[in-house]
Every structure is written in structure tokens, then in C-alpha cells.
Design a binder for this molecule. Structure first.
Ligand code: PLP
Length: 387
């Protein structure tokens, strides 16, 4: 129903999520009276801060079935990806020099691996099938005696495709190879159990699960070695130096506590909204391509190519809806998305793609409004430039 929603409508929850009001409330004391440094051991200000950090460590660990001491706080997932990959590469250099990853990873993984290639490591870049999943047989064949790490993301930030982490984890475990996953888009949106998935390292960030920006974590399985990539005070058991972002960490913990409680019901509700949007678009428009597997997919993700329409022009036409035409981190570049190209999409097909990211605070009325706006805009743009 027009008018029965906020404007503009936010449907870009893969770029970032709004902060949950309960998360903000959990953060506020640490931005005012409880301002202590968690590393100050000699007074109550420090103890309060350290207690908040311990609580958050537990809340985050519980969401992924880890132990609190396996959580290393960072500034976000870009840093977590760098720490995991460079840290393992350095710590296990004597064991091997080969890393396996996939071409559809986030830039934080791709560029980190490219960086290591320049310093003598060898990287196998696995392609993906047309549904966005890596081929497990290709992974099996990619292992070498000197392979030290496999880094495969849990959920893709553009197409929401969920890789088969359990099977990948088993292949790594059988061979004694460490398994890292950029699990940013999966955290709080689907079950993530580091033991069931045989994960050794997982990158997490607060701002994709209704927490604050600039606060992340790296899960490091007990016994796994990670060299620090920044020199300093030796915080976080020597893996990540730097004063902890206590308000951010308190918010991240609260966000994980909420996610643990709401995940089963929320993921069903959000999948329902996504299916409603997809069904409306498919019922009223032809020449649509859904990008990525529909079966192995995040509940809130819909990535559609509206053929014969330019994605950027379409976003301008529907300027009261916040969506994305590719990864937000790349939105200043007009190159076709590397993920869509990896699925085999042409430049034109990739250029006509829109990523819808549905989240906790979206409503049915918003979805209906968005569907109507896109249907009208696509029809108009196609009339203006019939092919
Ligand atoms: N990895 C993935 C899959 C992402 O979607 C993002 C954010 O866009 C990142 C890493 C980077 O996370 P952060 O913004 O916390 O550095």
C-alpha cells in the first residue's frame, strides 16, 4: 500500500545493516561513563570495559559454537581476512607455500592472495559453476603437498550463494589443510557452527548483522597459529595489537545475542519477503535472469538481471529505493561485477543486474512498493529503448 512505508526504502542489507536499537542501547554506556580501556588492569574503569569485552566474546562465540578465547577482535572483516590469510601464510611458511581460493571471493580475500603471490606464494584460483558454487572435484584436484590454506567464503555478498562449507571443510580436514571462510554475510543470517563445518578460521563483522561499523572478529581455532600483521602492544593473545573498540565490541556481542534468538524465525520471514519480490517481478516482467543458485542462497538475497535495461539507469529511475548494482565496495568502479562474470554472464547481462538485500526491518508493504516501482521503471525504460 503506497504511503505505508518509510521513504527511501533500504534494501541494501548486504552493504550494511541498520544498527538494532537494542544494540545501540548496549553500546551507549561505553561511549560515556564506562569509557575505560579494557587493557587497564589497575582500576574499575578498566575492569568494567574488560567485563564488557568478555561478555561480547561469549555472545559471539555462542552464535558460532566456538569458545570465547577463540575470538580475536579486529576493526572489521577486511582486517580479519588479511589477518587470517597473511597470518597463516607467515606462521606456516616452513610447511608450505600454496593457497586455494575462489574467483568470486570478496576483494579483501582476492587482493590479500594477490599480495601473497607477489611475495612468492602460489595461489590456485578456483572457478565457479554457472550457479556460483565451486566444483568440489576441482577443489579435490587442487590440493598439493605444499597446500597450507583453503579460503572459501560462506555466503557471497553479491549473489548470496552459499558454498558447501561442510563438504569443503571435510576435504581440508582429511588432508590436514587449514580452512578459512569469510563468513561475513552468513553470520546471523544462517546457522554457522565452526565445528560442524570443520572451520579453522572465520572472518566476521558487526555491521552486516545489525551491529556497528568498524568492529569485527576473526575466529581462530584453538591451536591454530596466526602471525600478527601489525606490530604493537600484543593485545588479543599477540594476534592483533591495538586498544579494543569497547563500545563497538559490546554492540557486536549484543547483535550476536539477538541473532541467536531470532535467526530461525527471522530467516523464514525474510525468505518469504524475498520470494514475494521475486514472484511479483517474474509474474509481471519477462527477460529476467536470476543470478546464482536459488537452492543454496541466503534468505534475503535476490540478484536479478533485467535484460535490455542498464542497471545504473534503473537505479536512478527508482531513486527512492536503496539497492545496489554490484558490490558496494566496488560501486565507484563501472567494471562488470567479477562475480557475475565468473558465473558466465556477459557484460550486458552483468550490467543489467540489481542486488536486492532484504533485512530485519523490511516489511511486506515495502516489498510490494519496491516490486511495483521496479516493474513500472523496467517497462518504461524498455519502451524508451526497444531492442
Ligand atoms: N567480506 C565480505 C563478503 C563482505 O561483504 C564485506 C563487506 O562488504 C567484507 C568482507 C569487508 O568487511 P568490513 O566492511 O567489515 O571490512
Amino acid at each position: 500500500m503506497p504511503g505505508d512505508h518509510r521513504s527511501p526504502i533500504y534494501l541494501d542489507n548486504h552493504a550494511t545493516t541498520p544498527v538494532d536499537p537494542a544494540v545501540l542501547e548496549a553500546m551507549l554506556p561505553y561511549l560515556s561513563g564506562k569509557f575505560g580501556n579494557a587493557a587497564s588492569h589497575s582500576h574499575s574503569f578498566g575492569w568494567q570495559a574488560s567485563e564488557a569485552v568478555n561478555t561480547a566474546r561469549k555472545q559471539i562465540a555462542e552464535l558460532i559454537s566456538a569458545s570465547p578465547q577463540e575470538i580475536v577482535f579486529t576493526s572489521g572483516a577486511t582486517e580479519s581476512d588479511n589477518l587470517a590469510i597473511k597470518g597463516v601464510a607467515d606462521a606456516y611458511r616452513a610447511k608450505g607455500d600454496h593457497i586455494i581460493t575462489a574467483v568470486t571471493e570478496h576483494a579483501a580475500v582476492l587482493d590479500t592472495c594477490r599480495h601473497l603471490e607477489k611475495s612468492g606464494f602460489r595461489v590456485t584460483w578456483l572457478p565457479v559453476q554457472c550457479n556460483g558454487l565451486i566444483d568440489l572435484e576441482q577443489l579435490r584436484n587442487a590440493f598439493q603437498p605444499k597446500t597450507i590454506l583453503v579460503s572459501i567464503m560462506a555466503a557471497n555478498n553479491e549473489i548470496g550463494v552459499l558454498q558447501l562449507l561442510k563438504e569443503i571443510g571435510e576435504l581440508c580436514r582429511e588432508r590436514g589443510v587449514l580452512f578459512h571462510s569469510d563468513a561475513v554475510q552468513a553470520l546471523g543470517r544462517m546457522p554457522l557452527d565452526v565445528n560442524a563445518l570443520s572451520l579453522d578460521l572465520a572472518s566476521l563483522t558487526a555491521h552486516k548483522c545489525y551491529g556497528p561499523k568498524g568492529c569485527g572478529a576473526l575466529y581462530v581455532r584453538s591451536g591454530v597459529k596466526v602471525s600478527q600483521i601489525m606490530d604493537g602492544g600484543g593485545h588479543e593473545r599477540g594476534m592483533r595489537s591495538g586498544t579494543l573498540n569497547v563500545p563497538g565490541i559490546a554492540g557486536f556481542g549484543k547483535a550476536c545475542e539477538i541473532a541467536k534468538k531470532t535467526l530461525p524465525e527471522e530467516s523464514c520471514r525474510i525468505a518469504g519477503l524475498r520470494n514475494r519480490l521475486r514472484d511479483r517481478l517474474q509474474a509481471e516482467l519477462d527477460e529476467l535472469l536470476i543470478n546464482g543458485s536459488e537452492e543454496h542462497r541466503l534468505p534475503g538475497n535476490l540478484n536479478v538481471s533485467f535484460l535490455n535495461v542498464d542497471g545504473e539507469t534503473l537505479m536512478t529511475a527508482v531513486n527512492d529505493v536503496a539497492v545496489s548494482s554490484g558490490a558496494a565496495c566496488h560501486s565507484d568502479k563501472i567494471d562488470a561485477s567479477h562475480v557475475l562474470k565468473a558465473l558466465g554472464r556477459s557484460d550486458e547481462e552483468a550490467g543489467s543486474a540489481i542486488r536486492f538485500g532484504i533485512g530485519r526491518f523490511n516489511t511486506e508493504a515495502e516489498i510490494d512498493y519496491v516490486a511495483g516501482r521496479f516493474i513500472d521503471a523496467v517497462k518504461k525504460l524498455r519502451e524508451l529503448s526497444p531492442v
